[in-house]
Design a protein around this ligand. Structure first.
Ligand SMILES: Nc1ncnc2c1ncn2[C@@H]1O[C@H](COP(=O)(O)OP(=O)(O)OP(=O)(O)O)[C@@H](O)[C@H]1O
Length: 250
C-alpha cells in the first residue's frame, strides 16, 4: 500500500433533485486500498460509485481520478465495474459464458476483429481464476445467480483494471460462493495490486478484508476507526437483519 491518491472527493455535493444526498463529502482512496462502503438502504452508496464512474456529475466540489479532474479523465478502461444485481440483466441473454467475458476485451482487440491467441488465453485464465472455466460453453442465462456473478467478475477482470468497483458483489449469492468471491477479491488486492472499492451490507466480512471502512449515512461519509467498527459489529450481532448503522445515532 502507498500514499498515491487514485480517487479524491473534495467537498462534493450531489442530488438527483434539489435535495442533496451527498453533502460536502471529502475522502480519498490510495493505490492498493481495499475500501468498503457500508450504510443503510437508500443512503447513496451506489450514487458515490456512479460519480466515480462519471455516470453522474457532481453539483459542487471536485472529483479527481488518478490525479486528473474527472471531467478530463479519459482512461475509464483502468476501472472495472461490477454493478448491483448484474445477473438480472442476463436472464434471456443468448451469449455463452466465454463470449460474455470476451465481450469486455474490445479495447484490446478492436471492433470487427477476431481475438488472437493471447486474448483467448486471457479469457480462459480469467474464468479459471473464478472457477468457471468448465462452464465456458454454457449459455450464461443457464447458470445460477452466484455463477453468473462469478462470470461477471471474470468479465471485469479480463480487461486488467487498476481499480475494481463493486456494488454489493455477493447479493443473492450462497454463503460458499460469498467466501470464494471474498477470497478472490482479497487475493486480487494483495497479490495483483488492484485497488478495490466495494459497497456492501456485509460489515463482518468487509471488516476482515478491507483496509478502510467508510460509513455513509444522511449524506455524510466517515471512515470508521477501530472502536467504531467494533460498535458496528456488536450492533450487527444483536440485530443481524438490520441494515441500519449504529454510528451517528441512526
Ligand atoms: N436515477 C435516480 N433518480 C432519482 N433518485 C434516485 C435515482 N437513483 C437513486 N435515487 C435515490 O437516491 C437515493 C440514494 O440511492 P442509492 O442507490 O445511491 O442508495 P444505496 O445506498 O446504494 O442503497 P441500497 O443499499 O438500497 O442499494 C435513494 O433515495 C434513491 O431512491
Amino acid at each position: 500500500m502507498n500514499n498515491n491518491k487514485i480517487i479524491e472527493f473534495n467537498k462534493v455535493y450531489f442530488g438527483y433533485t434539489s435535495e442533496y444526498i451527498l453533502k460536502n463529502i471529502s475522502f480519498s482512496v490510495n493505490e492498493g486500498d481495499f475500501v468498503s462502503i457500508i450504510g443503510s438502504n437508500g443512503a447513496g452508496k451506489s450514487t458515490i460509485l456512479k460519480l466515480i464512474l462519471g455516470e453522474l456529475n457532481q453539483n459542487k466540489g471536485e472529483i479527481k481520478i488518478f490525479g486528473d479532474d474527472i471531467k478530463k479523465f479519459n482512461r475509464l478502461y483502468c476501472i472495472g465495474y461490477l454493478e448491483q444485481n448484474a445477473y438480472y440483466k442476463v436472464l434471456n441473454f443468448p451469449a455463452t459464458v466465454y463470449e460474455t467475458v470476451m465481450s469486455n476485451m474490445f479495447c484490446d482487440i478492436g471492433l470487427f476483429k477476431f481475438p488472437n491467441k493471447n486474448c483467448r488465453a486471457k479469457v480462459i485464465e480469467s474464468l479459471r481464476l473464478l472457477g468457471m472455466e468448465k462452464y465456458s460453453k454454457r449459455t450464461i442465462s443457464k447458470l445460477s445467480g452466484g455463477q453468473i456473478q462469478r462470470v461477471f467478475l471474470a468479465r471485469t477482470l479480463v480487461a486488467n483494471p487498476k481499480i475494481l468497483i463493486l456494488d454489493e458483489p455477493t447479493n443473492g449469492v450462497d454463503s460458499e460462493t460469498v467466501d470464494i468471491i471474498y477470497n478472490i477479491l482479497s487475493d486480487l488486492n494483495k497479490n495483483k495490486n488492484i485497488s478495490i472499492i466495494m459497497v456492501t451490507h456485509d460489515i463482518e466480512k468487509a471488516s476482515k478484508i478491507s483496509s478502510k471502512i467508510f460509513c455513509f449515512e444522511e449524506g455524510n461519509l466517515m471512515e470508521l476507526d477501530k472502536e467504531q467498527l467494533e460498535l458496528e459489529l456488536s450492533h450487527k450481532h444483536k440485530h443481524p437483519h438490520s441494515n441500519n448503522s449504529n454510528i451517528g445515532g441512526i
